[in-house]
Write a protein that binds this ligand. Structure first.
Ligand SMILES: Nc1ncnc2c1ncn2[C@@H]1O[C@H](COP(=O)(O)OP(=O)(O)OP(=O)(O)O)[C@@H](O)[C@H]1O
Length: 283
């Protein structure tokens, strides 16, 4: 199901969180909203999932307006908030059970569905453990597993790996990819991690100060810049120059004077953002 977001605007008092957000999410894809802290990602996702009302703008899930069909649409989406909102005193199983009841799963399918999720999340051997006793990665898997318990067509994840160590982060990425592949679930995530957006998503929307400033497929966005970056550190400053080959970068390096340090590396999405805004995202 395609999602169309048209001209979203949102203010908190006199703070403008969203100036004008317009984008489209294609069915069965993984799309990342990438931007620095405060860019408006959480506000956007909260509006898309019905937690917040926009001041202006429209959202369509397929042909259905969210405004007039919110109940129906909420039943086909799964939401993973930025902070794990599990009940720490309940067991893993009970956390899933509460969600199953809330989402109106039929009594005769609840047990099987929970078992399926426990296997899929790798939490089957921890099902009777208090959720508060799980590791950070396991808690995250529980929250994501819970969000797909009712087999949503679309899964929203707000900063899915924030605060996790790099190895756990990679496990979560594989896990999210599997959900997209195995269940044909459309995935929309927000992140300020460049690597996360690059490795996970089919499409990236750069969001900055409440506006979409660029979008596209990660590889295409990068190739518009070149293949390699020559980073020159000189007199406390960093200069970035872009090239199609390492040979060209080396030739250019020879022309520079007063180089303290130099590095040639692959272009990444941070470079695209830096060129657009003059700032870095992942700080
Ligand atoms: N409840 C609120 N009251 C007032 N201002 C808010 C509120 N929520 C967000 N803001 C402000 O709105 C802007 C967008 O915030 P938002 O949380 O959507 O950004 P974000 O990109 O998700 O960043 P982060 O990852 O830090 O949450 C920021 O300037 C933020 O300070």
């Amino acid at each position: 199901m395609q999602i169309k977001v048209i001209d979203l605007k949102k203010k908190y008092g006199n703070i403008t969180a969203l100036k004008n957000i317009t984008f489209t999410i294609e069915d069965k894809t993984i799309t990342a909203l990438l931007g620095p802290n405060g860019a408006g990602k959480t506000t956007t996702i909260n509006i898309l999932t019905g937690l917040l009302k926009p001041d202006e703008g429209e959202i369509f899930y397929g042909d259905f307006s969210f405004q007039t069909n919110s109940k129906k649409i909420k039943s086909i989406i799964g939401v993973v908030p930025q902070h794990n909102n599990i009940d720490r005193d309940l067991t893993v199983y009970q956390n899933l059970l509460v969600h199953a009841i809330l989402f109106g799963l039929k009594k005769n399918e609840i047990k099987n569905r929970i078992e399926e999720i426990l296997h899929f999340t790798g939490l089957i051997n921890h099902k009777n453990k208090k959720a508060g006793k799980l590791s950070g990665g396991m808690k995250r898997r529980l929250v994501i597993g819970r969000a797909i318990l009712h087999r949503p067509k679309i899964l929203f994840l707000d900063e899915p790996t924030v605060g996790l160590d790099p190895a756990t982060r990679r496990h979560i990425w594989d896990f999210v990819k599997n959900i997209n592949k195995n269940f044909g679930c459309t995935v929309v995530l927000t992140t300020h991690y460049i690597e996360e957006a690059e490795l996970l998503s089919d499409y990236v929307y750069f969001i900055d100060k409440g506006e979409i400033i660029k979008y596209g497929e990660p590889e295409k966005l990068k190739s518009e810049m070149g293949k390699y970056v020559l980073e020159i550190f000189s007199g406390g400053k960093t200069i970035e120059e872009y090239f199609e080959s390492k040979t060209e970068a080396i030739e250019r390096l020879k022309q520079h004077e007063d180089v303290d340090l130099a590095k040639i590396r692959d272009v990444n999405l941070e470079d695209v953002y830096l060129k657009l805004t003059g700032r870095k995202i992942d700080i």
